[in-house]
Ligand binder design. Structure first.
Ligand code: ZN
Length: 162
């Protein structure tokens, strides 16, 4: 555990306070439910986490049930608008192309993600959605936040399934 935020929550029993710590807690809940451990949180202009979600693909079942999509839906419902202009999205893994496009549609101000995803990512890899001329909103992007912790969750999840 190399990050201060990780050591602040020994055993994961304390209530996390930073948006990424909340997203990581959601990712752990996903793993417990047999879902790929990805968690997300939407933060409003005042810095409050207004929505949080983890992957729910297998159980519903729902091929679009990625953490980012579910968190954006909740935030839009809570704020009563599909345009989350002053909100940030924090997610443990680089979003796929589907989620990146949804983030653009939602007019998210800043995207913060944990681990980079060379195989499935659509922001810094693959489709690079925000760099396309057909993308009409490009959020500020900050990658690699608590990257090792987010990546370790994914690694142990897939190792256990082999
Ligand atoms: Zn996605």
């Amino acid at each position: 555990m190399d990050s201060p935020a990780a050591s602040a929550y020994p055993g994961g029993m304390s209530e996390p306070t930073t948006p990424m710590a909340i997203a990581l807690q959601e990712a752990r809940r996903a793993a417990e439910a047999g879902e790929v451990p990805v968690g997300a949180a939407v933060v409003d202009a005042g810095g409050r986490v207004i929505a949080r979600a983890h992957n729910r693909v297998e159980a519903p079942p729902d091929p679009t049930g990625h953490a980012e999509i579910l968190a954006l839906r909740d935030a839009a419902r809570i704020l009563g608008t599909p345009r989350l202009v002053d909100c940030d999205l924090v997610v443990t893994l680089e979003p796929c192309a589907m989620c990146a496009q949804a983030i653009a549609h939602a007019r998210i101000r800043r995207l913060v993600f944990g681990a980079y995803d060379p195989k499935g990512g659509g922001v810094e890899h693959g489709a690079r959605v925000f760099a396309q001329p057909t993308c009409h909103h490009r959020p500020e992007v900050v990658g690699g936040v608590q990257e090792r912790e987010a990546a370790a969750l994914l690694k142990s999840f897939f190792a256990a399934r082999r």
